[in-house]
Design a protein around this ligand. Structure first.
Ligand code: UN1
Length: 509
């Protein structure tokens, strides 16, 4: 009954079909318009978005800079309350956001539900954490007659650039962290998911975040680059490709003025290592979920499965069988496991890669696409055998899994090869021998290591998420250190004797 009610609510949810930038009052808001299409059926154009004229970007940033001091002066408790209210409203309006996640981003219903929950979790987690972090002085008492404080203040204006694969959760998490610390935000969502973004920013405004403190700018990479070129910005929060993160890093380094903060979360070349003590049923279940659910479009997703040769045939055979059970199709249907990839460009890159592997005779298993997928950007879940991870020339962001066999004596070389990719996001290990998985974990340079389970779906506050090397700058999102990069520290030392020896008079303000 609950599921049927949800499906009904989804169909009847009133959702917007037009998206435009949300700017401070008085700023010109016009630019070219683009159709919004449904990835599960490209013929379905259900809306339109309007890009911002790039010439308006400096005025947007100036408005943000003017609004920031008053927001920073608002007590942290009130800023945090606004995030909590936003979380409550988001849950109350769940159907509308689920609908948008399914239609605009091609997410399956379970993924969409998890994403709404994650967005609410980010709001509440950063609210709770900020209340504590920003109000507790960490310094010791100085000598008598002296009062000391270590204050944490917002840095200024943050530019938040977010990806289409978590258009609600990551978009909201970046913004929430920056705002609650007393920063103003100019957010630029991925071009593929503007409706969801604009709807979330409206909700944050309704929850009490002033419109000039949080603006949302729609546009392509040129608009993103113009935002990052803003002379007055304090920092950039970016989740997306390594190449773009590196370009932003160069751009920030080359600017005159203060050195801006870059918080980047990028890609991965994530592996799972399976030794001969592992339970094949468990391995196959976790590998399928980690590689193919969410259509493989998570930066945490499994790309390379290393299986010790003794059990490789068995795992391969079971994998082939299990893949035939995967339902690929319309993400709006409850039975669907794998929806479309985001757009034609993503599909073309995956197809080129799979075709090359097919010519080399490396395909081990492939799901047949049902007829109903003909008009969407669907990529058939595929498994291919490769020699080693170094054979991959980058991240293949989709339901594509690569298999490598290894010998027990080569385990250290396997880990070294994974490390040598330069990425370091997630790693899975399946082994019932504790010394083995401990040895792997100690040698691997990755941000999130998962033992005897799937390797996606990090929970905010429980599994702080983020990588090292090419995978990102840290600190981890949804972890206790994330907010620290959004604030600047100011130490205040007062000679209290000079004002009559009453420190409380000073601290009371
Ligand atoms: C991403 O895919 O961009 O653990 C990061 C997970 C998610 C990953 C989000 N939190 O699968």
């Amino acid at each position: 009954a609950g599921v049927a009610a949800l499906a009904q609510a989804l169909r009847s949810a009133a959702v917007p079909t037009q998206a435009a930038s949300l700017l401070a009052e008085g700023l010109p808001n016009s630019g070219p318009r683009y159709a919004i299409t449904d990835p599960s059926d490209r013929r379905r154009r259900f809306g339109e978005w309007m890009a911002l004229d790039v010439a308006t970007v400096p005025a947007v940033l100036s408005a943000a800079a003017r609004a920031q001091p008053a927001w920073a002066a608002t007590p942290v408790a009130l800023r945090a309350d606004a995030l909590d209210r936003a979380a409550d409203r988001l849950e109350a309006r769940r159907a509308e956001f689920l609908h948008l996640l399914v239609r605009e981003a091609g997410k399956t219903l379970p993924d969409a539900m998890a994403e709404v929950r994650e967005a609410a979790d980010f709001l509440r987690y950063y609210a709770t954490h900020a209340r504590r972090l920003l109000s507790t002085p960490e310094v010791m008492n100085g000598p008598t007659g002296e009062h000391n404080e270590l204050q944490l203040h917002g840095k200024g204006v943050f530019v938040c650039i977010s990806p289409w694969n978590f258009p609600l959760a990551i978009f909201t998490g970046q913004i929430a962290a920056a705002l609650v610390c007393g920063n103003a935000v100019v957010a630029k969502p991925a071009e593929q998911t503007n409706l969801i973004a604009v709807q979330m920013v409206r909700l944050l405004h309704e929850a009490g975040v002033p419109a000039t403190v949080l603006q949302c700018v729609l546009g392509d990479g040129e608009v993103g680059a113009a935002l990052c070129a803003g002379v007055g910005i304090a920092g950039v929060v970016f989740t997306g490709s390594v190449e773009v993160a590196q370009a932003i890093n160069r751009q920030l380094a080359a600017r005159p003025g203060a050195i801006a903060t870059l918080i980047a979360e990028t890609g991965g070349q994530n592996a799972m290592i399976v030794d001969s003590s592992a339970l094949p049923e468990q391995v196959v279940k976790d590998a399928i979920a980690s590689a193919f659910h969410s259509a493989g479009q998570r930066c945490s997703a499994l790309r390379v499965l290393y299986v010790q040769e003794e059990i490789a045939d068995k795992v391969e055979q079971m994998l082939r069988g299990a893949m035939q059970e995967l339902a690929v199709g319309d993400p709006g249907l409850l039975e669907t496991d794998v929806g479309p990839v985001i757009d034609d460009a993503a599909l073309a890159r995956l197809k080129r890669h799979a075709d090359e592997l097919r010519w080399q005779g490396r395909i081990v298993a492939e799901v047949a696409l049902p007829q109903a997928c003909a008009h969407g950007t669907y990529f058939a879940p595929t498994v291919a055998r490769i020699e080693d991870i170094e054979q991959l020339d980058g991240e293949y962001f989709g339901p594509m899994l690569h298999l490598v066999r290894y010998r027990a004596k080569d385990l250290d070389q396997v880990i070294d090869a994974i490390n040598a990719t330069g990425y370091g996001l997630t790693l899975g290990v399946h082994s019932r021998i504790e010394t083995t998985w401990r040895r792997v974990q100690a040698r691997a340079r990755v941000g999130n290591c998962y033992i005897n389970r799937g390797m996606t779906g990090a929970v905010v506050g429980v599994q702080p998420f983020g990588g090292e090397g090419l995978s990102g700058t840290g600190p981890k999102a949804g972890g206790p250190h994330y907010l620290l990069r959004f604030v600047t520290e100011r130490t205040l030392t007062v000679n209290t004797a000079a004002v009559g020896g009453n420190a409380r008079l000073l601290a009371g303000g």
